[in-house]
Ligand binder design. Structure first.
Ligand SMILES: [Zn+2]
Length: 173
């Protein structure tokens, strides 16, 4: 009994430490992305491409969403408290974290991002399927994929993940 209690105590301590570690990283990643990287990217895009305001807003919102709720660390999404804002907004990825090992595939450049975009797309497609709603036609889907909105949105997610990877890399060294 004594050993059991000791073991439990040790285990709880480990989990707690783990959670705190991820939280600290989460804060660092979010602050770096949103307050340093995002303004720089917005400035660069404005300067080089002069896009329509709507495209800039698309970029910024996708970047922020990707940073907060769709980042490479969602491979540990099941560690997030379920009944919280963050828990609800990362709900689609709880299954994702069961399949993708931490700092594995989800932490690869562009490919990791693609797995999450496809995962989220598949999640909503699954809901539409369950509700028996009419599906996209093939050319409608192609039109979306070829639009500037998709280009800006997807680039934003790739860049947000890229900043995450840089910080992770620095952290590991
Ligand atoms: Zn990470």
């Amino acid at each position: 009994m004594y050993f059991y209690n000791k073991l439990k105590k040790k285990f709880l301590f480990l989990i707690k430490k783990d959670t705190i570690f991820f939280m600290a990283q989460y804060k660092t990643h979010s602050t770096f992305n949103i307050f340093l990287a995002l303004p720089l990217f917005l400035w660069a895009i404005l300067y080089f491409f002069h896009p329509h305001l709507n495209l800039l807003i698309t970029f910024a919102s996708c970047f922020i969403y990707a940073t907060l709720f769709m980042n490479p660390d969602l491979d540990v999404a099941n560690k997030i408290k379920l009944f919280s804002l963050r828990g609800l907004l990362t709900l689609p990825f709880r299954g994702y974290s069961l399949i993708f090992r931490h700092r594995g595939l989800s932490h690869s450049f562009i490919f990791g991002t693609t797995t999450r975009v496809l995962w989220l797309g598949g999640f909503f497609y699954g809901i539409l399927f369950a509700l028996d709603k009419p599906f996209f036609k093939k050319n409608e889907l192609l039109a979306i994929l070829q639009s500037d909105y998709f280009l800006y949105g997807f680039s934003a997610i790739v860049l947000a993940d890229f900043c995450h990877l840089i910080l992770d890399f620095k952290h590991k060294k």
